[in-house]
Design a binder for this molecule. Structure first.
Ligand code: NAP
Length: 297
């Protein structure tokens, strides 16, 4: 076999750009794959789309016990089981719903997710949003899961700065791997406070709903035209430009959801190195807006 040539049957991962997930140092692709509402899609098509994403290097899969009441985790297991990727080449993330996030409830929820995902560990486990169980209990449970090897890293989701400060007071530095928050071109609130705070504490920011949950700027709109202009400079699509913009800082990752293999292939090109001029063009078309509370869906 000539050097550099993949062996038959071996999938060569294209160089999707990767970076360290905050203080963890774990390198993961800047563009991953979301799975919310996938239980509503054609199952075979959705499984094939996730597998295509894995082949293209989108090895960070984001799911949650909430999605389809566990059915999406089962679908993800099917995709991973039938993929050419080994489990240790995939960065698998799931979340506990706040109503389950008591000390013992978190442990039990994690066990259920592991069973549905047919794996013995999660790479990342998050509290889906702040809830009513004392945060100290949830964090104690997450730390216990980490110590037991069921979870490699843990994080939070939909936390504003005040909630992150509270979590840091309990857990200390280098404990919270990420904060998963709403972030797309028309919703850039995190750039005011959450992103700088997370960067300062080396907490990765995983942006969700990068395409506005299916509400992407129309090509005929001013924003759509600005994206097309930048896209033409790089020979990629407007959506690839959007993903590149949303991951332009070291702390940022994104997790578009796609149940179509074609969409996944397009998203896999979302790691373009944008110039200062490109960023200015997009900034002009999609202003950051006023600082405010952390938005959620
Ligand atoms: P999204 O990724 O912003 O948008 C998904 C929609 O965009 C789907 O309709 C998808 O269509 C379409 N799409 C994807 N790629 C496309 C392409 N290249 N061309 C045309 N259309 C394309 O929406 P999201 O699901 O809200 O967010 C992404 C993920 O973030 C979720 O799936 C979930 O994992 C996570 N999330 C987390 C939270 C939280 O509270 N932590 C909240 C919301 C979302 P097809 O499916 O037909 O391909």
């Amino acid at each position: 076999m000539p050097p550099g040539r993949p062996a038959p049957g071996v999938v060569r991962t294209p160089p999707m750009r990767a970076r360290a997930l905050g203080w963890t140092g774990q390198s993961i692709p800047i563009v991953g794959q979301g799975t919310w509402n996938m239980e509503q899609d054609d199952r075979k098509r959705a499984v094939a789309a996730l597998q295509r994403g894995l082949d293209l290097g989108l090895s960070h899969i984001d799911t949650a016990e909430l999605y389809g009441s566990g059915r999406v985790e089962e679908l993800v297991a099917e995709a991973i089981g039938g993929s050419a990727r080994r489990r240790d080449e995939i960065f698998l993330a799931s979340k506990v719903v706040p109503s389950n996030a008591s000390r013992d409830g978190t442990r039990q929820a994690c066990e259920r997710s592991l069973r549905r995902l047919r794996t013995d560990h999660l790479d990342l486990y998050m509290l889906h949003w702040p809830g009513s169980h004392p945060l100290a209990e949830t964090i104690a449970a997450l730390e216990a899961l980490r110590a037991a090897g069921k979870v490699r890293f843990w994080g939070v989701s939909n936390f504003d700065v005040r909630e992150l400060e509270a979590a840091l007071r309990i857990a200390g530095e280098t404990a919270i791997a990420c904060n998963q928050v709403l972030y797309h071109l028309e919703q850039r609130s995190i750039e005011h406070r959450v992103l700088p705070f997370c960067s300062q504490h080396r907490i990765a920011v995983v942006g969700y709903s990068p395409f506005g949950s299916g509400d992407f700027p129309a090509p005929s709109s001013a924003g759509g035209r600005a994206l097309a202009q930048v896209a033409a400079r790089h020979g990629v699509s407007p959506r690839a430009v959007a993903l590149s913009f949303l991951t332009r800082h070291d702390a940022l990752f994104t997790i578009p959801k796609a149940s179509s293999a074609g969409h996944v292939a397009e998203n896999a090109r979302g790691d373009v190195d944008l110039s200062a001029e490109d960023v200015d063009t997009i900034d002009g078309a999609f202003p950051r807006g006023k600082s405010g509370e952390l938005p959620t869906l």
